[in-house]
Design a protein around this ligand. Structure first.
Ligand code: CA
Length: 375
């Protein structure tokens, strides 16, 4: 089999009710989809997490290495693409573009053998995954404490056993919102917080101390991704587990974080950190270093199916009769085409099934892709 074409689709759509996290106001949802065609008629789809037009140019730069290559030779292609641009980008958009290509190649391989990707990766270790709701962003409510409490109660009603609240808006505000959300969901649902690196270590520790009694599942990106010593300070000062890694890339980037145990939970995004090929390696490294692995997930049904294929093979950590199983991040915020470009992936009582169809296990609707394509 040979690759015959590589197509890129930057997508975008405005949303009705913009929302904020500590770094930005979201008024538009975007994605970069990659479609790889072969001479046997098999087509693979992938998604990159990052600025769509920048990722598209990276993927176009890889295309001349891809066309004519054997799509079954996954690690070989990964190394060739990585080496192509490594002198110019070992992190960021270069690796995000590589991730999209790698995922599309896995989709082709699964379809070629007629099995889901997780079978080719040696799974399944699990056929379903507990999801946590990502939402609880700040919107233009009159009283955000009431708005967030209502939204959080809705997730419990829907069956979610865990959810994540955005912080990083100022310590007093964050404490009030955390109090309100914990009050609304009771003690039985897990609650995590995410500052999107909106604090320095001093402020992160100050916030953590004031909400530790709420049994916070983890404190995500308390400090900027470059400030690994800051991570270590936060981790030493608080009883709350510290999570991060959606802004880190490849096994090389995670090597020192894992060896030095900077984080309690690593969160590589499969569509950003190097694709399924690289994230399986990072997951195995995390298990070797005794660090939890819970992937960051943000995108369309392609990104979600990709995360589920990987989650089916993330090692138990530590193994046992009652292991600590990895969760799936399930974005519940407004997204016009999350499940327009693929069939809907749903949860039942907070549990999501790993897709079992060939490849990523989803069909991509090309008409929907064309509809949301950036002009
Ligand atoms: Ca995050």
């Amino acid at each position: 089999m040979k690759i015959t074409a590589v197509n890129v689709y930057p997508l975008s759509a405005p949303i009705r009710e913009p929302f904020r996290f500590s770094q930005a106001r979201v008024g538009t949802r975007v994605a970069l989809l990659v479609e790889i065609e072969t001479d046997e008629g098999i087509v693979g789809w992938g998604e990159g997490y990052g600025p769509p037009r920048l990722l598209a140019s990276v993927v176009e730069n890889y295309a001349e290495l891809l066309v004519g290559a054997d799509p079954l030779a996954g690690d070989a292609i990964w190394e060739a693409l990585y080496n192509r641009l490594r002198d110019h980008g070992q992190k960021g958009v270069v690796i995000q573009g590589l991730s999209a290509v790698d995922i599309a190649l896995w989709d082709i391989r699964g379809k070629a053998f007629g099995v889901p990707v997780h079978r080719l990766m040696g799974g399944p270790l699990r056929t379903e995954v507990q999801a946590y709701a990502t939402g609880l962003y700040l919107k233009d409510w009159d009283d955000p404490a009431i708005g967030l409490a209502d939204e959080a109660a809705g997730y419990v009603e829907e069956g979610f056993k865990a959810m994540k609240l955005k912080v990083g808006f100022g310590i007093d505000h964050d404490v009030r919102m955390t109090d309100a959300v914990r009050g609304a969901i009771g003690d039985h649902a897990a609650l995590m917080i995410d500052a999107n690196h909106g604090y320095d270590a001093v402020s992160a520790i100050a916030l953590g101390r004031r909400i530790e009694h709420h049994r916070i599942g983890w404190f995500e990106e308390p400090v900027p991704p470059e400030d690994l010593r800051g991570y270590r300070e936060v981790k030493a000062a608080l009883s709350i587990p510290v999570a991060g890694g959606e802004c880190e890339f490849t096994r090389f980037g995670f090597r020192d974080i894992l060896a030095e145990r900077m984080f309690d939970v690593v969160q590589p995004d499969t569509c950003a950190a190097g694709g399924l090929t690289e994230c399986k390696k990072i997951a195995d490294m995390a298990a070797a270093f005794g660090v939890r692995y819970v992937p960051h997930v943000w995108g369309t049904g392609i990104a979600i199916a990709t995360a589920l294929q990987l989650l089916a093979v993330v090692p138990r950590n530590p193994p046992g009769l009652y292991p600590n199983e990895p969760m799936m991040e399930f974005d519940q915020s407004e997204h016009p085409f999350r499940f327009e470009v693929t069939p809907r992936i749903s949860h039942r009582d907070g549990i999501v099934q790993v897709p079992t169809g060939p490849g990523l296990g989803i069909e991509v609707d090309r008409d929907a892709v064309m509809h949301y394509r950036m002009g």
